[in-house]
Ligand binder design. Structure first.
Ligand code: IMP
Ligand code: MG
Length: 177
C-alpha cells in the first residue's frame, strides 16, 4: 500500500486560471461566431471544461461523456469502455474534445477515432496537461495548457484513486519512503 505524505504544488490556481483565459481567447479567435460543441471527458476534465467554457465568446454547447480504459497497473491498455455516451448527435457540428491530461495517448486515440465516425463538421482536441514523455501512440492536442514531466499529478479534476479531484491547484503526490 502506498502511503501518501503530502501534495507538492506544481501549478497554482492563479497560474491555471491565467492559462485557461489565454486558451479561451485563442479558441474564441479561431471559431469566431461559429458555434462549437465542447465535449467534456468525465470526470477529470469537469473543472477545466467549466472554466474554459465560461471564457469562450463563441456560441458554446456542452456535452459530456465518460470513458474508462483498462490495463494492468497504472497504464491504460487502449481498451476503452464508454460508461456514458453523448446525449446528442454531433453530425455537422464543430467539436472540441476537452481532456484533463494526455499520458500514453491511448484513451484519446480511441476516442478521437470514435468521434470521427459520427461525422462532425470539424474536430479538435484541447487538454489541460500534456505528458509527452509518456506517449506510446501518436497523439497531439490542438490546444495544450501545460506540458508537465513524467510524474503523477492530482488536483483540478485529476484523481488518485478518486481522491484529490477538488484541489484547486495541480500537485505532485509525495510518497512516504
Ligand atoms: P492515456 O490513455 O494513458 O493517455 O490515459 C489518460 C488518462 O489517464 C487520463 O484521462 C487520466 O484519467 C489518467 N491519467 C494519466 N496520467 C495521470 C496523472 O498524472 N494523474 C491522474 N490521472 C492520470
Ligand atoms: Mg481522464
Amino acid at each position: 500500500m502506498l502511503k501518501i505524505k503530502g501534495i507538492k504544488v506544481h501549478i497554482t490556481e492563479e497560474e491555471i486560471e491565467q492559462r485557461i483565459r489565454e486558451m479561451a481567447e485563442q479558441i474564441s479567435a479561431y471559431y469566431g461566431d461559429e458555434p462549437l460543441c465542447l465535449i467534456c471527458i468525465l470526470k477529470g476534465s469537469v473543472f477545466f471544461t467549466c472554466e474554459l467554457a465560461k471564457r469562450i465568446t463563441s456560441p458554446v454547447e456542452l456535452e459530456f461523456m465518460s470513458v474508462s480504459s483498462y490495463g494492468a497497473g497504472t497504464t491504460s491498455s487502449g481498451v476503452v469502455r464508454i460508461n456514458y455516451d453523448l446525449g446528442t448527435s454531433i453530425e455537422g457540428k464543430n467539436i472540441l474534445v476537452v481532456e484533463d491530461i494526455i499520458d500514453t495517448g491511448r484513451t484519446l486515440k480511441y476516442l478521437m477515432e470514435n468521434m470521427k465516425t459520427r461525422n462532425p463538421k470539424s474536430i479538435k482536441l484541447c487538454t489541460l496537461l500534456d505528458k509527452p514523455e509518456r506517449r506510446v501512440v501518436d497523439m497531439e492536442a490542438d490546444y495544450v495548457g501545460f506540458v508537465i514531466p513524467d510524474e503523477f499529478v492530482v488536483g483540478y479534476g485529476l484523481d488518485c484513486d478518486q481522491q484529490y479531484r477538488n484541489l484547486p491547484y495541480i500537485g505532485f503526490i509525495e510518497i512516504e519512503e
